[in-house]
Design a protein around this ligand. Structure first.
Ligand code: C2E
Ligand code: CA
Ligand code: CA
Length: 561
């Protein structure tokens, strides 16, 4: 079936054209128009295989008809048939985009011209299909039909331009399927593919108008959220995680999955596409490291971030210039409420950044080796303060936190000894705390130094107990005096029966093994009373006293003596 649109004012001429075409056994569907409006209506109404048009008509012209076809973005072969055509008219028609032209008195050539034009059109279409396929493969992931990394990158470039114009921020989320390899092996290849397609579909259902989801690795997806600020990004990240709590349907089977998300914000976390992608990846690995479902990029935790490198330089200077100061938090004996010591907590006031929390600068110090001079400076100040209080008649032992790195320093014990002698302090005025999880990384290595410190007469505490999965029976083999139950259990022991049970049984078992128990994170009277009932030995926390700077703790200690 050949669908012919004729632009022709004369019904006779139109009939002549159809007559020619019929001679070649074409089954025809034809319509004749002779005005621009009728032409547009005909083009809108249905698809046409070819347009055969008169050159000059009273109310219309061939070139105008051609322009209408082109304006509509249609690629329909266009042949001009005319009574009198000059060479220059013909050239003008071909230049304007007509495929062919012929004279009315040589109609026998029409069939050949039509065939030729149709062949050419088909070749053009085939070419376009190939181009589209190439374009598709260059910009889409064929498995999930989602945009691929290349398209995401182009969209990111656009997003940066839009963001600058609109004064908006946007977010890039990197999303990873936990244990995809196992899922894939368990499901088999085809179902594994279906699984990924379902993931893609569910991701797409979470998108807003100008967002984009892309597949950027075997089990990695990226989401561009535009526009999007920090709180919004976190909220949307959590919503996406929540959306995946429902199992996926893979070939009729419900398949559970868990995801991890890393978030980088533009322009805060990167002023180029490459940087933003890299930082979203870093955020993802931070989440993995924390065992968290979601994490925001943090330049201070990014090993290759210039900000972090600068901060290491600042930290080195801060230690040298005594910019790391100590705050002290009291500990009381529950039996009689007397003060039994203080914990020294390091504080860094950065001249430009302000307060940098120890949870940020201690890991930085550990990775850069600065933990050794840092600990030494903390120790020095701690012993010095204990000496001053001692002279005022207050026996207040000071607890210093040690990193595992410190335990690997063969000179540590000698340095501590020298310090105590230098300040004429007895060893039992110094205590050390080391976190359970760090200790369990290499307990044998720590054993030697712990033994030597304990031999000096220094009391050792296992900090954050309950988070490191070690057994008390094992810890008892180490020369430690006490465990500090991690504040995460103490903080909610009134409202959470599980926490209360953990606290209580830790106290009982520790006592059986001859260890003392300290509870940290005591924030209210009920907790304090409950702990006393459980037979806990010592307590520390905001309810008893916050960490205080030097003069403030001195005033506090004075009221207690
Ligand atoms: P940590 O040793 O477990 O110290 C206790 C943390 O709990 C302190 O946070 C303290 O401010 C906080 N805290 C105390 N009472 C309460 C309470 O009632 N409720 C709550 N919610 N929190 C309470 P901070 O000072 O931010 O210290 C964080 C961590 O940094 C410390 O945890 C310790 O592991 C590390 N750190 C601090 N100073 C040093 C140091 O000189 N050397 C080493 N290696 N680590 C240090
Ligand atoms: Ca501690
Ligand atoms: Ca602790």
């Amino acid at each position: 079936m050949l669908r012919v649109l004729m632009v022709e004012d004369s019904a006779d001429d139109a009939e002549l054209i159809l007559h020619e075409l019929r001679r070649d056994d074409y089954a025809l569907q034809a319509e004749r128009v002779d005005t621009a409006e009728a032409m547009r209506r005909a083009l809108d109404g249905q698809a046409w295989d070819i347009v055969i048009s008169d050159y000059a008509m009273p109310r219309f012209s061939g070139l105008d008809a051609l322009r209408i076809v082109q304006e509509k973005g249609l690629d329909i072969p266009f042949i001009i048939v005319t009574g009198a055509i000059g060479e220059d008219m013909a050239v003008a028609a071909i230049k304007a985009g007509a495929q062919d032209y012929l004279m009315k008195d040589r109609m026998s050539r029409l069939v050949t011209a039509v065939k030729h034009a149709l062949d050419e059109a088909e070749a053009r279409r085939a070419h376009r299909r190939t181009e589209e396929r190439v374009h598709y493969l260059a910009y889409f992931d064929p498995l999930t039909d989602l945009p691929n990394l290349a398209q995401l990158q182009e969209r990111l470039v656009q997003a940066y331009a839009d963001a600058q114009r609109d004064r908006q921020g946007f977010a890039l989320l990197m999303l990873n399927i936990n244990r995809f390899r196992e899922v894939n092996e368990a499901l088999g290849h085809d179902n594994g593919d279906m699984f990924l397609q379902q993931v893609a579909r569910r991701l797409q259902s979470q998108l807003h108008h100008s967002d984009m989801a892309a597949r950027v690795g075997a089990d990695e997806f990226a989401l561009l959220l535009y526009p999007c600020g920090r709180e919004d990004a976190l909220a949307r990240g959590r919503a996406i995680l929540a959306a995946f709590e429902q199992p996926l349907d893979v070939a009729g089977f419900p398949i559970e999955l868990s995801l991890r998300l890393g978030i980088a914000l533009a322009p805060d976390h990167g002023d180029s596409t490459g940087q933003l992608l890299q930082h979203a990846d870093v955020a993802l690995s931070l989440a993995r490291r924390d065992g968290a479902p979601l994490s925001l990029y943090d330049p201070l935790r990014d090993p290759s971030s210039p900000k972090r490198l600068l901060l290491i330089g600042d930290l080195r200077a801060a230690i040298g210039n005594n910019q790391i100061v100590l705050h002290f938090q009291p500990k009381v004996r529950l039996r009689d409420g007397t003060v039994c010591g203080v914990e020294a907590l390091a504080r860094w006031e950065h001249p430009e950044l302000g307060h940098v929390p120890p949870d940020e600068f201690i890991p930085l110090a550990e990775k850069s080796g600065l933990i050794h001079p840092l600990t030494l400076s903390v120790l020095e100040t701690a012993v010095q303060k204990a000496r001053i209080w001692h002279e005022r008649g207050w026996r207040v032992p000071v607890a210093v936190n040690l990193s595992m790195r410190n335990m690997l320093d063969p000179a540590l014990v000698r340095k501590v000894e020298t310090l105590l002698i230098g300040h004429a302090m007895e060893a039992d005025m110094l205590e050390f705390e080391i976190t359970e999880s760090e200790l369990m990384e290499d307990p044998l290595r720590a054993l030697g130094i712990l033994g030597e410190l304990s031999d000096l007469g220094i009391r050792l505490y296992i900090d954050d107990f309950g988070t490191g999965y070690s057994s008390l029976a094992y810890l008892q083999k180490l020369p430690v005096t006490a465990v500090k139950i991690d504040k995460s259990f103490v903080l909610d022991m009134i409202s959470n029966a599980d926490s209360a049970t953990i606290v209580r049984s830790t106290i009982d078992l520790a006592h059986t093994l001859g260890l003392k128990v300290v509870a940290e994170g005591v924030e209210n009277r009920e907790t304090l009373e409950r702990l006393t009932g459980f037979g806990c030995d010592e307590a520390q926390g905001y309810f008893i006293g916050r960490q205080m700077h030097e003069e403030k703790i001195a005033r506090w200690l004075k009221t207690r003596h």
